[in-house]
Design a protein around this ligand. Structure first.
Ligand code: XIL
Length: 455
């Protein structure tokens, strides 16, 4: 059966090659006939929601010919032939295990391996061990990090703010103190003190840090905007800034937004004519990613931008850039500054699909959900109808994120803890309640929506 199928495929390929070589001048021409790629093994896994010691393994290999698969669970048991459906494997002894899947077809064999770490409690999420608390956002989100932002004065003040950070979140972003205007206020003088306070707090509390953002037109110090040297000196300065910053945070910051919001919103979404573009050229983004990659090959590099869901044309512009960056980029940061009534689930899904199809990590970044996009200035509180509509949108966003393959998962970051601290209040200048906690640190329906999105 397998051989018959193989010969049919070969006949089809031969027929195509023959018909192309005889095509007349006005018929479509074809390039050289391409043979299908060799088989590539692939699998993903999740931790069982009912037992933290059980791994659910899923063979995701796709091939046009029938193939056989063999698992090595890495736990000393003998090789197991792959069958249909998800495999449940128990790991109850702490340690590191290498799981391999070997697939074979048409005389070609390919193997893929992935490591997991197991502690006394069970399989460690994203290889981060520690007790799992399903009564929190980070405890419930078993396959990705849950992030939020902070400021160095909040960390220094302690109290309820840091209690919530520690209980609920495991990925921390500096709201504004790890941007260029703060880290590099004058030529030759770096100031990492505020960022260090945030990173130190995160490290002390087992949180990952997402670095945001190396290059952003809205946080460029004035000495850079008015740079007096040559273009070559400007580029050398940017390389020094990126290298110095990544070296400073090496091993402490897991990921960086290298460039933030490079595209215009208007027709065609051209690159903003920032000082970086003016002095370094249209490929300044690629240069910045290369500087970052050279400085720290292990850190995860993102491009981050807004309206990725609501504007299909801007989304396409962003994916075109991502395709040009090739191996220099690891992930897409889609800022999720959205509203209770839009963008649609289909448009949010399109961001996920475009990222997954490129084998990149997805960061649903900067999530806040406007409850008052109509900008009604007479509102003095959040109505329960709106609170519930906002809850449904939180749930929808989390559901979409949670459904992407494990390999593409990274983090979902909420842009703020309490409603009254949201940047949107200043940005729109109207009453707003866009986050999951109210002014008194009470959980809103939005918080329950987040949890429900994970069910
Ligand atoms: C905002 C912060 O929340 C403010 O505190 C700061 O004054 C300006 O920046 N997109 C981004 C974020 O990428 O860095 C912005 O954060 C919000 C919009």
């Amino acid at each position: 059966m397998k051989n018959t199928f193989k010969y049919i495929i070969r006949l089809v390929v031969l027929f195509m090659a023959f018909s192309c070589s005889n095509s007349s001048d006005d018929s479509p021409t074809f390039g050289p006939t391409e043979l299908p790629d060799a088989i590539q093994a692939s699998f993903d896994f999740t931790i069982s929601p009912s037992d933290p010691k059980v791994l659910l393994l899923n063979n995701t290999t796709e091939y046009y010919l029938p193939y056989t698969g063999v698992w090595d669970y890495g736990n000393g048991s003998s090789a197991i032939a792959d069958g249909a459906g998800v495999k449940e494997v128990t790991y109850d002894t702490p340690g590191r295990y290498t799981i391999s899947l070997t697939v074979s077809s048409d005389g070609i064999t390919n193997t893929i391996s992935k490591d997991i770490i197991v502690d006394e409690i069970g399989i460690c999420l994203n290889a981060v061990c520690g007790s799992v608390n399903t009564a929190s956002l980070k405890g419930a989100a078993t396959t990705f990090s849950v992030g939020t932002i902070t400021r160095s004065p909040y960390v220094a003040a302690g109290g309820k703010h840091i209690e919530i950070l520690k209980n609920e979140f495991n990925n921390l972003t500096s709201e504004y103190e790890m941007k260029m205007n703060i880290m590099y206020p004058s030529e030759g003088n770096y100031d990492f003190s505020a960022g260090d306070a945030i990173v130190g707090f995160a490290q002390a509390n087992d949180m990952n840090v997402h670095g945001h953002a190396l290059i952003w037109h809205n946080a460029t110090p004035s000495w850079v905007e008015n740079f007096s040297g040559t273009d070559a000196e400007f580029e050398a300065m940017v390389e020094d800034y990126i290298t110095t910053t990544l070296n400073h945070y090496k091993g402490k910051v897991r990921s960086w937004d290298v460039v933030n919001e490079a595209f215009e919103d208007g027709t065609g979404h051209p690159l903003r004519n920032s000082v970086f573009r003016q002095k370094m050229g249209d490929d300044y983004i690629k240069k910045c990613f290369q500087f970052a990659r050279n400085a720290d090959p292990d850190v995860i590099l993102f491009y981050n931008d807004y309206n990725m869901a609501s504007s299909p044309t801007k989304r396409q512009a962003m994916f075109n850039l991502v395709d040009e960056l090739g191996d220099l980029i690891d992930g897409v940061g889609a800022q999720m500054h959205i509203s209770y009534n839009g963008p649609s689930a289909a448009n949010i899904q399109a961001v996920a699909d475009g990222t997954v199809s490129r084998n990149l990590k997805l960061h649903f970044a900067e999530l806040d959900i406007r409850a008052n996009p109509e900008e009604d200035t007479s509102l003095t509180s959040l109505s329960s109808d709106r609170a519930n509509a906002q809850k449904d949108k939180f749930k929808e966003v989390v559901q979409i994120y949670n459904a992407i393959p494990l390999d593409n998962k990274f983090a979902l970051t909420v842009w703020g803890v309490r409603d009254n601290e949201s940047w949107l209040l200043d940005f729109w200048g109207v009453p707003e309640w866009p986050l999951m906690f109210d002014e008194d640190y009470n959980k809103k329906p939005a918080y329950a929506g987040f949890l429900e999105g994970l069910e």
